[in-house]
Design a protein around this ligand. Structure first.
Ligand code: ADP
Length: 401
């Protein structure tokens, strides 16, 4: 699960990480009140930031022509004008795709005098089975590009998960960024806080880009997170009700949201052949074999080993409500799964919604005879596949005409 920048900053703040002062809002009236409050508190410049689960907002464009999803404002009037041009409007960035995202929330924060920008992230290094802190002097840039062109500019420090980030490691990272004096000490505290956020929230990634040295009102330097992104491990969400409450369903694919209600592992893809499979391994090989015969999968869908009739029906309804689907391949190997449960679920879903596209079914294993019988008796127009290859070939032929 991903959360918005303002929510990521709330979590970081709880772990003592410095972020610019600011508040989130969903209406122009609230935006006005926050701007008034921040100016009254002595801020001379504010930044209004569109909250969407995608980066590149600063250089993004709204579909009604307004430029920039991150804007600096000098007055309450200007803040209101900018908020009006962002809220409920669609922002397109290089990460959103051409359809863009509707902005439902804004973060209004004090604009900092940024002197230098850095990159800082904590993630899990699967190759080493350890947490990894990455830092770079190339802040505010696309880190993938830095990794490709100048990998020597990314400093990496692996952490022993049993002991956590040690103070000497925070100092090593701060030194690698070339920090000195008071900012060095602030950075050590900040790095420790960012790591603690990652660890205690069960995050899959915490990314601060840019981490910035800013000039404070009294002319001194401070280091803080100007942007923050947090991704969370879905498997650990059950122990973080406060984070689950941050979920923004508007940012997720509606079909994936529907699938998650039925505990289905569903991911929408770009192709036009839907697949309904039990088991992640079989689901992946089914997608491979569709590609092998010249087709393109419309989704990954694993109904699991012990799916109920209702789950199968829900899965089939989700597939049928995707307008890009032009054919369906059901590929079931019933080890624990009862083939008749699959067949009954399919028949039930088709009764509700009808079926106007080719359906190819390959059923094998536990209670297969009853499953085939249920499908045959339903009068459903379908093609049987004798093997996985045969079924894949048939569905690709049916869809490609
Ligand atoms: P994105 O990466 O989605 O474009 P950022 O949060 O990085 O969004 O904002 C874009 C740019 O806007 C930053 O690189 C920075 O220059 C400026 N900016 C953002 N927040 C602030 C802030 N609080 N103070 C000053 N400048 C900011």
């Amino acid at each position: 699960m991903n959360i918005h920048e303002y929510q990521a900053k709330q979590l970081l703040k709880q772990y003592g990480v410095a972020v610019p002062p600011g508040e989130s809002c969903q209406t122009i009236t609230e935006a006005k009140a926050i701007a008034e409050k921040l100016f009254a508190a002595g801020q001379t410049l504010l930044v209004v930031k569109s909250q969407i689960h995608a980066g590149g907002r600063g250089k993004g464009t709204f579909t009604h022509g307004f430029q920039g999803g991150v804007k600096l404002v000098k007055s309450v009037e200007e803040a209101v004008h900018v908020a009006g041009n962002m809220l409920s409007k669609t922002l397109v960035t290089k990460q959103t795709g051409p359809e863009g995202r509707v902005v439902g929330t804004l973060l209004i924060a004090g604009a900092e005098k940024i002197k230098r920008e850095f990159y800082l992230a904590v993630l899990l290094d699967r190759a080493n089975s350890r947490p990894l802190v990455m830092a770079s002097t190339e802040g505010g840039m696309d880190i993938e590009e830095v990794a490709a062109k100048t990998p020597e500019k990314i400093f990496k420090e692996h952490i022993d998960p049993a002991v956590g980030l040690m103070p000497y490691q925070a100092r090593k990272i701060a030194a690698a960024l070339g920090l000195k004096g008071d900012v060095f000490n602030q950075a050590c505290k900040l790095i420790a806080g960012v790591y603690k956020t990652w660890w205690e929230c069960d995050a899959s990634m915490v990314e601060i880009n840019p981490l910035a040295i800013v000039e404070t009102a009294d002319g001194k330097e401070a280091i803080m997170c100007v942007d923050a992104k947090i991704g969370l491990d879905d498997n650990a969400l059950y122990r973080h009700p406060n984070i689950v409450a941050m979920r923004d369903l508007a940012e997720e694919s509606p079909l994936e949201v529907e699938a998650s209600k039925f505990s289905l592992n569903y991911i929408k893809l770009d192709g036009n052949i839907a697949c309904l499979v039990n088991g992640a391994g079989l689901a992946m090989s089914t997608m491979d074999i569709i590609q092998h015969f010249g087709g393109s999968p419309a989704n990954f869908l694993d109904v699991g080993g012990g799916a109920s009739k209702d789950q199968v029906a829900a899965a089939f309804r989700i597939i049928l409500s995707d307008p890009s689907v032009k054919g369906i391949l059901v590929n079931i190997f019933g080890g624990i799964m009862d083939c008749n449960v699959i067949a009954t679920g399919i028949v039930e879903a088709v009764k509700e919604t009808g079926l106007s596209i080719p359906l190819v079914v390959r059923l094998e294993g536990n209670n297969v005879a009853a499953g085939r019988n249920t499908l045959a008796e339903s009068g459903l127009k379908l093609t049987s596949g004798d093997s996985m290859a045969d079924a894949a070939r048939k569905v690709v032929a049916a869809v490609n005409g």
